[in-house]
Design a protein around this ligand. Sequence first.
Ligand SMILES: *[C@@H]1O[C@H](CO)[C@@H](O)[C@H](O)[C@H]1NC(C)=O
Ligand SMILES: *[C@@H]1O[C@H](CO)[C@@H](O)[C@H](O)[C@H]1NC(C)=O
Length: 263
Amino acid sequence: MYGVYLIHVAICICFMDGIDGQPLYEDKCHVDEMSRPCNEAYSNVCVKNNPCDNGASCGLTPEGYICKCPAGWQGDHCDEDINKCDGNPCKNGGTCNNNKVAFTCSCAVGWTGTFCEVESAARCPIGWDHHGNSCYLFSKDTQSWNNSSDSCASVGASLVAIESQTEQTFIQNRLRHEFASFMWWLGGNDQFVSTDQTWYWVQTEQKINSGYTDWHRKEPDNPGQQHCLAMRKDFNYQWCDDYCPELHAYICEMTLGDLDFIG
Ligand SMILES: *[C@@H]1O[C@H](CO)[C@@H](O)[C@H](O)[C@H]1NC(C)=O
Ligand SMILES: *[C@@H]1O[C@H](CO)[C@@H](O)[C@H](O)[C@H]1NC(C)=O
């Protein structure tokens, strides 16, 4: 964007390179009506009284001066902020910040990169799987439900709460392809959060049956006896109740921190 303004004092014609204002040469008429050389006219406008904002380069033209705007600015004097966030360049739910020179993205949890286009899997601890906003650990040992819960707690996690079809599908796929264990403890219980045999996710204290569920048909089938939630291989990893002291593999989940990434 170029703005052209007359310099009232400059009558003579100066040829400048327009970038840093250095004269290419001065012609023979080198004196304006006030007997000042061209480079002094240049000086007056571009150096002594620089009309260009935001670090724009000022240069003389035969007609006046010109502002060459740096990235992110427009207008005759480079004082109009270009909205770098137009069309939201930030992906995956990232928020665009229109800064002076460029935009930055504040990425949603689990994403990073200039445009939030990179899954921030690296932020899960080594050995954990990243999916959505969480990290998952699939146990190699078997424990009672209580001890599974304690084991997850000891690494800053909880037994998993499966709250969507995508989360269930992610876990099913992992178990099908990579793990042999027949049964897996999930973080559901109908005994410890409430005593009325209502199933709760212990991690969130939300009622399981008020949200997403994937009970196997007829499950839960032992109310009053089987108080702990599991998934079974022969149920295609759908859910069932089971006796809490049984030793099963288990899945821990930890939520990724609510960090901002500046790309
Ligand atoms: C399991 O944990 C719950 C809640 O922390 C507790 O009430 C219960 O007694 C424990 N059961 C066993 C068998 O340790
Ligand atoms: C649960 O953990 C406690 C404490 O580590 C241990 O004494 C107990 O034997 C464990 N229970 C089972 C069923 O593994």
